[in-house]
Ligand binder design. Sequence first.
Ligand code: SF4
Length: 181
Amino acid sequence: MLIKSYDVEVFTPPCEPGAERFAAKAHLNDDISETLPLLNATLPGAVYHRTAHALTWKKGGHNIAFHAFEIGTSNAEDRETAERELMSLVELVNRTWERRAEIIPDFETRRRPTPLAVFRLLPQTNCRRCGEPTCFTFALRLTASQASLDLCPVVTEGADASRLADLADLLVEAPALGRRK
Ligand code: SF4
């Protein structure tokens, strides 16, 4: 196990007074720098900053940051959720480290796609079948990792395979690329 112990800090970010959202940090006693390229290879949409020993990721509306001796998550609805999310991230790091022999480390820094770039590839019919009022709202949720492409049946069930492939490429389907066979 890589992370054997850590201290938890839960707080309301000072930039969001009264917002009633919570952030949490795990202050680690172990250096997880070598795990970051492994996470970069396996987490879709992760952005790795090699020189800073940092990796950022969005998951379920949470902004997540991994540093050498710290893991942070934000935008939780209450303290318990923030702590639970943090614990799952610590477990993710430990699981990934245990699988290090089967993962090819990825040191590349990828840019996250902009909502506009994703929107341009969506059908732009605003048909609402994805549950969003417009295709642009859906693009915003896709780029924030709050929705997945399969919620748009117009794309996934349509005849335009190249549109689907372009969207999948843009939204980074990284894990399959980074694993050893
Ligand atoms: S289902 Fe697809 S086409 Fe329809 S509004 Fe949502 S993103 Fe646009």
